[in-house]
Design a protein around this ligand. Structure first.
Ligand SMILES: Nc1ncnc2c1ncn2[C@@H]1O[C@H](COP(=O)(O)OP(=O)(O)O)[C@@H](O)[C@H]1O
Ligand SMILES: [Mg+2]
Length: 340
């Protein structure tokens, strides 16, 4: 069998959890054929998946004596701008920042909204795309939950606006703010592509994207259709212990999404009555994980009553909170701007 024939078979092998092949994801680095033996070199960072991928490759090349080698990826903490020639659907945005997390409920949307508003406070023209199609909570956090989709005379969708930023969310497509969306991922992906193509964003300095949690089609499509400048991974201290966040970080590395850093949310608890700080989950979890994967720790935000209440009331903490609340997010905004 020739190299080309082997590559053809490898094209049918998908990366676990994604519907894209090892070849499409540029994970196959080298193929060597000598008679009945084949040596395949793969560049992957997620060690947890080595076994499964090796099995898939060996099964696909059944009749061959197959050796699978996992070559270490270049160890670089950040690789801004080195995504492998993605499309650039959002040419109207100078920079694109994806906010993501391993799991839901860790405060990803809260971080995305506060970063977007915080960046606008620094004088940037900011758009916020709520791409969490299964839990679009951005409209409520920005007091825009009663907005509906509108088209302008250019036949473009008019983004909702508040606090100086433009926002678009699938939440605006449902009759009621709380109507659940039961979409196949292909439908979700096309809705988001339409938001990238057909929303009248104007010229933006920064487009912030609130991604769905985890690693799947939407994340992958965004990485392929956009020139992502930076991904921010949000985690809680509990999540660190179950390692979902590492899976998320590793997958982004594998699909060449540059990681700006980690935000540890709900890091510690500040009692509202005494102001005393409780390190419920211990300290330094975020730092440990940042070091382990060679990414920066952008900041740590405590669990406070004020942040919860303000967020639920649509009073974005970085704009309406007390000085402490503002400070947590402003520090992250500063680091993010420096990284961009
Ligand atoms: N630092 C924090 N302190 C207190 N409550 C928070 C904090 N961050 C987020 N929350 C609250 O936790 C809930 C989940 O946050 P959300 O941003 O919607 O999570 P995700 O987008 O990851 O699902 C919301 O009610 C939000 O107001
Ligand atoms: Mg959310």
């Amino acid at each position: 069998m020739s190299k080309a024939q082997i590559e053809k078979r490898l094209k049918k092998i998908t990366y676990p959890g994604l519907d894209k092949s090892l070849v499409t994801l540029k994970i196959v680095k080298d193929i060597q054929v000598r008679g009945k033996s084949v040596k395949i070199t793969l560049s992957m960072a997620n060690e947890e998946l080595f076994g499964e991928v090796e099995k898939r490759v060996k099964d696909a090349l059944g009749e061959y004596e197959t050796e699978v080698v996992f070559a270490a990826q270049k160890q670089k903490s950040t690789n801004y701008g080195s995504t492998q020639n993605p499309n650039n659907r959002a040419k109207y945005a100078k920079k694109i920042v994806a906010v993501s997390s391993g799991k839901g409920g860790v405060g990803k949307s809260t971080v995305a909204v506060n970063l977007a508003v915080g960046l606008a406070q620094e004088g940037k023209k900011v758009g916020l795309l709520d791409a969490d199609v299964y839990g679009p909570s951005v409209p409520r956090m920005m007091q825009l939950e009663h907005e509906k989709l509108r088209w302008n005379e250019k036949d473009k969708i008019v983004p909702a606006e508040n606090f100086g930023i433009k926002m678009m969310s699938v939440g605006l497509t449902t009759p009621q703010p709380d109507t659940p969306l039961v979409w196949r991922s292909s439908v979700a992906v096309s809705a988001l592509i339409q938001f990238l193509d057909d929303v009248d964003w104007g010229q933006l300095d920064i487009l912030v994207i609130d991604m769905p949690p985890g690693t799947g089609d939407v994340q992958l499509t965004m990485a392929q259709e956009l020139n992502l400048s930076a991904a921010v991974v949000v985690t809680t201290p509990q999540q660190i212990s179950v390692d979902d966040v590492s899976r998320s970080v590793m997958m982004f590395k594998d699909i060449h999404v540059p990681i700006a850093g980690i935000v540890e949310n709900m890091s510690y608890f500040i009692a509202p009555d005494t102001g005393k700080q409780y390190d419920i989950f211990g300290t330094e979890g975020g730092r440990a994980i940042a070091e382990k994967y060679g990414v920066d720790l952008l900041g740590a935000i405590p669990l406070t009553m004020d942040i919860r209440r303000h967020s639920d009331e649509g009073k974005v903490p970085v704009a309406f909170g007390n000085d402490e609340e503002k400070g947590y997010y402003k520090a992250i905004v500063e680091k993010l701007l420096a990284a961009l």
